[in-house]
Design a protein around this ligand. Structure first.
Ligand code: GLY
Length: 361
């Protein structure tokens, strides 16, 4: 087992455990769960064996399982009420623990429920998709979508620990594996050029689910994420660079209807768009952009925007983003491969030109 740490102030630092079989490790769970009452929030898309194994490992606790509908289209305030209903029906107290067992949608909703219920209860993340393991389970971003904007309602709420059981990737669909690789590639692009080299060389092994290669990619991604979150927990600076490709990606997810594109797929397209814009503004060259597009393609990800969306639609949707300031659209661009720039305002005319040319390439 590997242990990394997210370093935070006010005694809120927490470990990230990465290893095989951790989901059912009673001793490990006991280190972070002192309450009798434990609510396991999971989804209808998670194989039953996982909540069953977790409940069995927590047999000395009083566990409840609440299953939500999975997918970004169900990451809503309405679906969230199912968690509150159950917590209240079962008279869960303020010292209770909520475990989010699932992908990014479940982690975000479980974390938001934990942040709100009685103004905050214990929270543990057990991510079951690659995307959640390498990104969304670490760093305390929680929340739900609104029809007008993705993740626009939420809170920063850190877990007590993140338990990454690499065995759960055995049952992950290929499409979900690729979607997770989008966020893995992102770390290489924004701050870890050596990791990008490694990813390019090892993509076939990752897609073949080689255990060692996947464990290494998860560890290195989490290390990058933990460093960034430790430096800028509330995203007043460098944390925004983790959103490479996200402004455009969120517009695609919202514009095409939540759930049509997986988050990682939309991020891959968005990162290619950001690379193209970075080239137009003089930072990257043609070869850099070609290399970026190639690595996403090699991971089995889409790289072109959906043809049905217009430039005006993107601009309208990109106007609803947490990075924007005073209503101005701000995006993350690359100064070089392995070096992201802080969020920067881009004029709608400049964006429109890039959108049009990029979609036509
Ligand atoms: N997923 C980006 C962040 O956690 O900041």
């Amino acid at each position: 087992m590997k242990v990394l740490k997210v370093e935070l102030d006010r005694n809120r630092s927490y470990p990230i455990y990465i290893g095989s079989g951790l989901l059912a490790d009673t001793a490990l769970l006991a280190q972070h769960i002192s309450s009798q009452q434990v609510m396991i929030v999971t989804s209808d898309a998670i194989p039953d064996q996982y909540p069953a194994a977790l409940s069995a490992a927590l047999s000395s606790h009083r566990t409840e399982i609440v299953k939500l509908r999975d997918g970004e289209q169900h990451k809503t305030l309405h679906e969230l009420e199912k968690i509150f209903d159950r917590l209240l029906e079962k008279k869960f107290s303020r010292n209770a623990t909520l475990i989010a067992l699932g992908g990014g949608v479940i982690g975000d909703m479980g974390g938001f429920a934990a942040a709100c219920y009685q103004r905050g209860i214990g929270f543990v993340q057990i991510p079951t998709t690659l995307l959640a393991q390498v990104d969304s389970s670490v760093g305390g971003k929680t929340g739900v979508n609104h029809p007008l904007g993705k993740n626009m309602i939420g809170a920063f709420y850190q877990p007590k620990c993140v338990i990454i059981d690499t065995d759960v990737l055995n049952t992950l669909a290929d499409r979900q594996l690729s979607a997770g690789l989008a966020e893995v590639i992102k770390y290489g692009l924004i701050r870890d050029a050596a990791f990008l080299n490694w990813l390019e060389a090892n993509m076939p092994l990752l897609l073949a689910r080689d255990k060692q290669a996947l464990a290494y990619a998860i560890e290195r991604s989490c290390l990058n994420k933990a460093e960034v979150v430790g430096e800028d927990e509330f995203e007043s600076g460098v944390r925004a660079t983790l959103n490479l490709g996200h402004t455009f990606g969120h517009a695609i997810e919202t514009g095409c209807g939540y759930g049509h594109y997986l988050h990682g797929e939309a991020v891959a397209i968005g990162a290619c768009f950001a690379a193209d814009l970075s080239r137009r503004l003089g930072w990257l060259d043609d070869q850099d952009v070609a290399r970026i597009i190639e690595v996403f393609k090699a991971a089995g990800l889409p790289v072109l925007p959906p043809p049905e969306m217009t430039a005006d639609q993107y601009i309208e949707l990109m106007g609803v983003d947490k990075k924007n300031v005073d209503g101005k659209i701000r995006v993350i661009l690359l100064e070089a491969i392995g070096k992201a720039l802080l969020p920067m305002s881009v004029e709608p005319a400049q964006l429109q030109q890039t959108l049009k040319n990029y979609a036509d390439r």
